[in-house]
Design a binder for this molecule. Sequence first.
Ligand code: BES
Ligand code: MN
Ligand code: ZN
Length: 488
Amino acid sequence: MNIELLQKIPEAAETLIIPIFEKEAPPKELPQSLYSKVNQLLKTGEFEAKQGNYIVVHTQERIKRLFLVGLGCKLKANSNILRNAVADCARLSKQRNISSLVVMLPKLTEEEGFIIQATAEGLMLGQYLFEKFKTEKTDRKLISKAFILAKRTKENEAMLRLAKVNADSVMFARDLINMPASIMTPTKLAKVATSLKSKNMKVKILERKDMERLGMGGVLSVARGSVQPPKFIILEYKGSKQKSKPFVLVGKAITFDSGGLDIKPADGMKDMKSDMAGGATVLGILKTLQQLNLPLNVVGLIPATENMPGQDAYKQGDVVISYTKKTIEIGHTDAEGRIILADALGYAQKYAPKCIIDFATLTGACIIALGTVAAGLFSNNSELAEKLEKASNQTQEKVWRMPLWDEYTEMIKGDIADVRNISIPPKQAGAITAAAFLKEFVGNNDWAHIDIAGPSYVDIEKGILQKGATGFGIRLLTRFLINETKNH
Ligand code: BES
Ligand code: MN
Ligand code: ZN
């Protein structure tokens, strides 16, 4: 999709998206005849500009078609509501074979750049479909050309570029997550990562024998029940010439989580191809950095394996020696994510990182707590947590901070090893005790854990969401990292 900024409605425009606030007049920039038409629809109550409402209006004029989209109350409206409203229009245009359109920008309190970004992301993500395995593809035209009515300043152009790169990375991650587990194996994921190699991106894959040599007992134990060889994927992005400390991003990539010997019931296993969403998120973030050439150093670590109940599967009561030498007592083979992350978080420390941030579809308990609306945020450093919360407010990829008090660490003490991979008593504070487990492997580093089990995969088709993978976390972390480049 080609998107451009334009100051005036172009001559050839046929379709116009007009965002409108509830109980407010239409935008004054509309040509007179269209203004009166829209105004009448609002006055008669034929269209109510409530959030989520939209209608298509046909005219007898040069601009043939208007999408009126409601943003709700002006005081509460924000760029996220706009992003979703525009995405709804993009989905609708797909059904109507509309291949080019113009979007008017509403007057929100945020900087114009953010409003442009939201609009462009909405256009692109609203048209996302995963049709790789449909023999009959949607025969509808996608939008090939879109104009956003805004000043062509340097900042605005930069935000538009950010939006395009972001949306591309989000769709790239969605594709990886939506792909069936029999195709998206650890080996395949490693191949995808390797394809990101470039002048400023090194990619290294650790094989089973490398992990044996390094003592990565966590990944190796979880991989024992699977015929698929595990991979430990390392990406090193160097965007800053100085020897500045890298941000280390860690992503859980269980390419299929059957639960292992403590096998999941069918219902719980249904979407477990998506248990590598953390890894896909990290790949998406690195792809964005690479394309924007951001002046930062960032490392991505992705432990990748299946969790299967094969002949040689790891068992309850086993003791695993992790990369840091800390020992793990296995209380449940379905709490596998934290075990592979233990190795990766330990490995992260060798980079003397500025901070470590991990993404993981770690616990069902986090979905119980926050639904698919928000991810759980856990951190041993409030300054880092607040920076992530700021980026979350800016991008509206929602995170909610949860506590990590010592009492929770007490709950994961092992009987015969240092820590246990499930808590006693079980089924209490499941998202937090999982995070408390991870905390044991980060040393003194500043660290944040983002449990994306809820928002990474949804059953909703609305706004920028399609059923299946969402690509959650890429927009959030890109914003966080851009904010970081401005702090120096
Ligand atoms: N991958 C799951 C968590 C999950 C569940 C993600 C549902 C997305 C949707 C994780 O490996 C898991 O199985 N966690 C267990 C932990 C329990 C055994 C302590 C859980 O949440 O039930
Ligand atoms: Mn599991
Ligand atoms: Zn899992």
